[in-house]
Design a protein around this ligand. Structure first.
Ligand code: ATP
Ligand code: MG
Length: 264
C-alpha cells in the first residue's frame, strides 16, 4: 500500500484532475486505488461522482476529528477498483477545532496505520488530494505519505511556488517524516503555442532532471468538462488529447515505479 500525496500549494494547477485521472488509469489496469479527498472544496469527491454535501461524519473530517476510522468512511465509486473518502466544507474548521492538540499533525498517519494493520485486503495505492495551501491539512498529508507527486502548471510564477514547496518538504523531512521522497513532477496545462510553456518546461527539466515526467498534460477543454459529469476524462472521452496524456502518464508512472523497485 503506497501512500502518495498530490501536492502544490498553488491553486488551480491540476492537482485534483491528476488525482482523478491517475486513479482512474491505475484502476483500469487492475490496481486497487483509494482516493482521499483532503480538500474542503471537495472537488475530487464530486469529480468522482459522489456528494460533497454529505453532512454525516463519514467523511475525511470524521476521520481527522477522531470520531471515525478510515474503514468506516470508505465509499465505493461507480468505477471498479476505485474507492473514495469524501470531503465536505466541515473540513475547513478542523484547524481551529484541533488547535489545542499538539499531536494533530499525526492523526491521518495513525488512522492510515490502523487501517493497514486491521485490513486484509489493502489498496495498491492511496492517493491524497491536497488543498491549495501549506496548512495543517497539507502537513498531515506530508507526514502520512511515502512520496509526493507535484503537478506544475507551465505558467509564469510556477517555479517560484515550487521553491517554497520544496522548503516546506525539507522542513517536514527533517522534523516529522525523514523518508519522504518526490515521486515526480508532472507538467500540466501545457500550451505548445505559448512560448512560456516551453520555457517553464526547460527550466523545470534543467533543475529537477529526471524527476520531471516525460509525459506532459496539454491544455484540453475535455479535461475541464469531465468533472461536471462526475467522471474521469478517461471515461468521459477516452480518445481526447487530455485522456491520451493521462493514459500515457499512468504508464510512465508505473514504469518508473517498476524501475525504482528493481533498483531497490
Ligand atoms: P485547487 O488548488 O483549487 O484544488 P487543483 O490544483 O486541484 O485546484 P484542478 O481542479 O485539477 O486544479 O484544475 C483547475 C481547473 O482547471 C479545473 O476547472 C480543471 O477542470 C481545469 N483543468 C485542469 N487541468 C486542465 C487541463 N490540462 N486543461 C484544461 N483544463 C484543465
Ligand atoms: Mg483541487
Amino acid at each position: 500500500m503506497k501512500i502518495i500525496s498530490i501536492i502544490n500549494q498553488k491553486g488551480g494547477v491540476g492537482k485534483t484532475t491528476t488525482v482523478i485521472n491517475l486513479a482512474a488509469g491505475l484502476s483500469q489496469l487492475n490496481k486497487k486505488v483509494l482516493v482521499i479527498d483532503l480538500d474542503p472544496q471537495g472537488n475530487a469527491t464530486t469529480g468522482l461522482g459522489l456528494s460533497n454535501t454529505d453532512d454525516s461524519e463519514l467523511t475525511i473530517y470524521g476521520v481527522l476529528n477522531g470520531s471515525k476510522s478510515i474503514l468506516d468512511c470508505i465509499k465505493k465509486t461507480k468505477f471498479s477498483n476505485l474507492d473514495l473518502i469524501t470531503s465536505n466544507v466541515d473540513l475547513s474548521g478542523l484547524e481551529v477545532e484541533t488547535a489545542g492538540d499538539e499531536k494533530r499533525a499525526f492523526i491521518l498517519k495513525e488512522k492510515l496505520a490502523d487501517f493497514s494493520k486491521e485490513n486484509q485486503q489493502n489498496y495498491d495505492y492511496i492517493l491524497i488530494d491536497c488543498p491549495p495551501s501549506l496548512s495543517l491539512l497539507t502537513v498531515m498529508a506530508l507526514v502520512s505519505s511515502v512520496t509526493l507527486l507535484v503537478p506544475l502548471q507551465t505558467e509564469f510564477f510556477a517555479l517560484e511556488g515550487l521553491t517554497q514547496l520544496m522548503k516546506t518538504i525539507e522542513r517536514v523531512k527533517s522534523n516529522l517524516n525523514p523518508k519522504l521522497g518526490i515521486q515526480g513532477i508532472l507538467l500540466t496545462m501545457y500550451d505548445k503555442r505559448n512560448k512560456l510553456s516551453s520555457e517553464v518546461e526547460k527550466e523545470a527539466r534543467e533543475y529537477f532532471k529526471d524527476k520531471v515526467y516525460t509525459t506532459v498534460i496539454p491544455r484540453n477543454v475535455r479535461l475541464s468538462e469531465a468533472p461536471s459529469h462526475g467522471v474521469p476524462v478517461l471515461i468521459y472521452d477516452k480518445t481526447c488529447p487530455g485522456s491520451k496524456s493521462y493514459f500515457s502518464f499512468t504508464d510512465e508512472f508505473l514504469n518508473k515505479e517498476f524501475q525504482i523497485e528493481s533498483v531497490a
